[in-house]
Design a protein around this ligand. Structure first.
Ligand code: FAD
Length: 473
């Protein structure tokens, strides 16, 4: 008998899920939910495989309570759907559009197959405030400057917010456990066991996402403007992996934020960051070439260094610059890194080490739980100065001053670089300047217990600027 299929992608939640509500309201009794795992999509996304497996386990339990079975399929989606069509199994397919540019291309391909075979389908909006191709300049071209983009995008969203339906689904209580095939879930978990430590830091469930949002809006948003740049303070929402997998919708976030009575600068700044997420998705959608190439093509001639030893030291957090090393170690340990430190570590790679941003982008893709192509590529190109509305290449972050400004007591550095625990505030961001006597006293010998800086800041800065000014000639 043919069935109505619900195709999950990056919308692994039951609340405020339009496609799921549509399935539940469908008169057919024959319903099936699917997640199609295409291994090639997750080849270099080790950390995310852990989150995905956990999120699917949690989702399948909820769907079970709604009498819907979640099947995990291991095949290319187009091949899978074609086979199902041949077996006359599909009556209709329902899905929420993905936020991922790659998945959007796939959705278009599936739509062609469905049209050809006369199969009904229904698609709903992606987890964005506006569609990525919706916000354009007066002349119809896409924006490249954030402030102009966000002004128009936010205005459009606020005009339509009252028409957005918030679809809450209540789950019946049951002691029974679902019957999700464990063998299938095991295939999703990453091969390396490094993910076990993530369990200490994260709960990849929809409920946890809602709890984080609530705590953030009631306790943190008012100080967000100050705290968001301090990596030792949990001053940001930490919702990024939940957003990535759609365990929370951006509409839910906006609704909660707009309910705040005191809409102070913290509120404004937070909405701006949500705006950056929108902007990044619009950029990738309109300029897909930037996934692999510099958006500013004058950078195509930039002389990047290919020093693999330096790249490894950066990945391992052994560059000798404490704020950079702390960030890279936080990333490896928790699958997440604070935004300010993402900027510092990325800048160090592309400017101090002059390594192509694509290498950093690839490593973040593999290790970030919140990795999404739009934010990651745009974030890297922004730091490298090769992207839209980017920090100019010649503005080079000084990792010592950044550390002193945003982590003055070294609280963050000492959390992730334990060997520097006894170093005083004066030297915490430049431990190599301690005398030998002091190094012995604080029990960290530079070059033995903690690395010497792999490059000298001033020299590296000069080389980066020389390489940059060569482009101009
Ligand atoms: C080099 C680099 C790579 C990055 N890669 C990613 C990535 O792969 N995935 C990702 O979600 N973010 C990425 N970011 C953006 C940002 O660092 C994270 O979104 C943020 O740190 C997530 O933490 P949070 O949820 O606590 O953020 P909050 O400060 O609480 O912000 C709320 C939400 O706004 C969005 N947001 C915040 N800052 C940015 C930003 N600068 N650009 C776009 N959206 C933003 C995120 O969706 C975030 O969850 C990257 C930034 C840089 C500089």
């Amino acid at each position: 008998m043919s069935q109505v299929y619900l195709w999950f992608k990056d919308d692994l939640r039951i609340s405020n899920n339009q496609a799921l509500s549509s399935l539940l309201n469908d008169s057919t009794s024959n319903k099936r939910a699917l997640f199609i795992f295409d291994e090639t999509e997750y080849l270099l996304c080790e950390a995310q495989r852990w989150w995905l497996a956990k999120a699917l386990e949690s989702l399948s339990q909820k769907l079970f309570l709604l009498n819907i079975n979640l099947d995990i399929v291991f095949e290319k989606p187009a091949i899978f759907f074609e086979k199902e069509i041949k077996k006359k199994k599909i009556k209709k397919i329902i899905w929420n559009r993905s936020c991922s540019f790659e998945d959007n291309k796939l959705e278009e391909k599936i739509k062609i197959i469905l049209y050809k075979n006369n199969i009904d389908f229904k698609e709903f909006a992606p987890n964005l405030l506006n569609l990525p191709d919706e916000i354009k300049k007066e002349d119809g071209t896409p924006f490249k400057v954030f402030t102009h983009y966000w002004k128009k995008s936010e205005e459009k969203y606020l005009k339509k917010i009252n028409t957005i339906k918030f679809l809450d689904i209540s789950l019946p209580y049951s002691k029974n456990k679902n019957n999700l095939d464990n063998k299938n879930i095991k295939k999703i978990y990453p091969a390396k066991k490094w993910y076990c430590k993530f369990e200490k830091y994260w709960q990849p469930t929809e409920e946890k996402g809602a709890e984080l949002l609530n705590n953030f809006v009631t306790q943190k948003i008012s100080n967000y403007s100050n705290n968001r740049d301090v990596p030792s303070v949990e001053g940001t929402s930490k919702l990024s992996p939940y957003l990535r997998f759609g365990q929370i919708s951006v509409n839910q976030i906006m609704k909660k934020c707009l309910e705040i009575k005191n809409k102070n600068i913290g509120f404004r700044k937070y909405l701006n960051e949500i705006g950056w997420r929108e902007f990044c998705h619009s950029l990738i959608y309109n300029f897909p070439g930037m996934i692999k190439n510099n958006l500013r093509n004058n950078f195509n001639k930039f002389e990047w260094s290919k020093d693999l030893k330096f790249l490894e030291k950066w990945k391992k957090g052994t560059t000798g610059y404490p704020i950079v090393d702390a960030g890279m170690r936080e990333l490896y340990e928790t699958g997440w890194m604070h935004n300010r430190v993402r900027m510092i570590t990325a800048s160090f790679l592309v400017k101090h080490l002059r390594i192509n941003w694509l290498e950093g982008e690839k490593y973040f893709k593999d290790t970030l739980l919140d990795y999404n192509i739009a934010n990651n590529v745009s974030g890297w190109q922004w730091v490298a100065g090769t992207g839209a509305d980017a920090a100019p290449y010649f503005r080079i972050f000084n990792p010592i001053l950044q550390g002193e400004k945003f982590d003055p007591k070294g609280t963050y550095v000492k959390k992730w670089c334990k060997e520097l625990s006894n170093v005083s505030d004066e030297f915490i961001h430049q431990p190599w300047n301690m005398s030998e006597e002091l190094q012995k006293k604080v029990k960290v010998i530079i070059g033995k217990d903690y690395p010497k800086p792999i490059v000298n800041h001033e020299e590296a800065r000069k080389k980066a600027l020389d390489a940059f000014f060569k482009l101009k000639k």
